[in-house]
Write a protein that binds this ligand. Structure first.
Ligand SMILES: Cc1ncc(COP(=O)(O)O)c(C=O)c1O
Length: 402
């Protein structure tokens, strides 16, 4: 595999690091320069593939964005790094998110302590911060949480911790969620129904045309949580709009999204929820002040970088196409995905396969048996082209020798 860490030297260009960074970040041509390269120019050093990813390791097990963050987000962080003695958050983020989802705009003031009233957006330290708050705000002992499983299962786990019950609705053929099954599983004890679209680990998208009648079938006293962590990877623009438009007619819907995936900011921890202000207030009352100056400025800057979002999506789409072609050739079954990862049916002992990929070839993929009890399957995140190639080459070697 090509060691991309070596591509990052200034190569005697004569530009200072800071000068290069500024040049790389400003102007149209700049955006063709990857943010890892820009950061490498700024800070130097070998570890520019992201924290914990030494050269040569192919880490395609955790649905991270191999492209890195937007250069604009990196610039925002660098420009504020000496200001972290102050409390604060980016005053534009709430308004930008509200406009993005067509809900009424409420702006943060730049006072970090001023309460925000009537907001249709909550921002948290990753969407899991908000899912955690939802679990605590909306689930009581003895109630039920209904979710498609195998799935992300965050609220199911919280329900179990809170002595509530989890109701598991199995997937249909092709790993599709069973919307009728979810709707039929609702009882008068149900607190929350969860739809993750696209699903994790399934990669299956639930289009708005199906979500609409589903939401209408759920009683208004039951919260419908639509987790859209991966929706920006969907190929069709209309699918990427998601479920926020349903909130006006259905105040029991909460939509969550994250900056961890298409925006490439998993380590920065920013996510948000879109919902009716009463739901947002209830959620926020179960959260501490988890936001940071750096994370909110980085998120606000990332939202302005459509080019980075498009590149991230295209990287995932191209990576999946490459996987499909290779898997077809090898006769390996897979579930075509609208997300940044693909489930593959290896029909073998995956504990051993995953171990050998890791130990013999330095390639990490997700073990769907260990994580979701899906025997024989692995979940592989689309990485950089050379990472995808390294995975396929390693897979071939492991399969031949087993
Ligand atoms: C479906 C789904 N929802 C939510 C999350 C939480 O992500 P984060 O807390 O980084 O926003 C993840 C993380 O992988 C996920 O897969």
């Amino acid at each position: 595999m090509k060691d991309t860490s070596n591509d990052l030297s200034t190569g005697g260009s004569g530009l200072s690091r800071r000068g290069f960074l500024r040049g790389a970040l400003v102007g149209a041509g700049a955006l063709s320069v990857g943010s890892f390269e820009a950061v490498a120019q700024m800070v130097g050093g070998p570890s520019v593939r992201g924290w914990g990813v030494p050269p040569g390791l192919v880490r395609i097990d955790a649905n991270e964005n191999a492209l890195g963050p937007s250069p604009r987000a990196v610039e925002a962080v660098l420009s504020l790094v000496t200001s972290i003695n102050r409390y604060g958050q980016n005053p534009d983020l709430l308004g930008k998110l509200a406009r993005r989802h067509g809900v009424p705009v409420v702006e943060w003031t730049d006072s970090p302590f001023a309460p925000v009233k009537d907001s249709w957006i909550a921002v948290g330290a990753g969407s899991s911060d908000l899912l955690f708050a939802i679990g605590h705000a909306f689930i009581r002992e003895g109630q039920e949480v209904v979710e498609s499983l195998p799935g992300f299962g965050f609220l199911t786990r919280l329900a179990n911790m809170q002595n509530a019950e989890s109701v598991r609705v199995p997937l249909l053929e092709g790993m599709k969620p069973d919307l009728d099954g979810l709707s039929n599983a609702v009882t008068d004890r149900t607190a929350v129904v969860v739809v993750t679209t696209p699903g994790n680990p399934t990669g299956q998208l639930t289009p708005l045309s199906q979500l609409k009648p589903f939401v209408a079938s759920i009683p208004e006293r039951v919260l419908v949580l639509v987790d859209e962590a991966y929706i920006e990877f969907a190929e069709n623009a209309e699918d990427r709009e998601g479920a926020a438009s349903l909130i006006a007619d259905h105040p029991n819907v909460i939509v969550t999204r994250t900056f961890s995936k298409v925006f490439g900011m998993a380590g920065m921890r920013v996510g948000y929820a879109v919902a009716n202000p009463a739901m947002i207030d209830r959620m926020n009352s179960h959260r501490g002040n988890t936001l940071t100056l750096l994370s909110t400025h980085a998120a606000s800057a990332a939202l302005d970088d459509e080019t980075h979002m498009t590149r991230s999506r295209e990287l995932a789409i191209d990576g999946k196409k490459y996987f499909y072609a290779q898997l077809d050739e090898m006769g390996i079954e897979y579930a075509p995905s609208e997300s940044s990862f693909v489930m593959m049916n290896m029909k073998t002992d995956v504990d051993e396969l995953v171990r050998r990929l890791r130990e013999d070839h330095n390639v990490r993929v997700g073990n769907a048996k260990a994580r979701w009890n899906i025997d024989g399957w692995i979940r592989v995140t689309a990485g950089l082209p050379e990472e995808n190639e390294a995975f396929i080459a390693a897979l071939k070697k492991v399969m031949v020798s087993s």
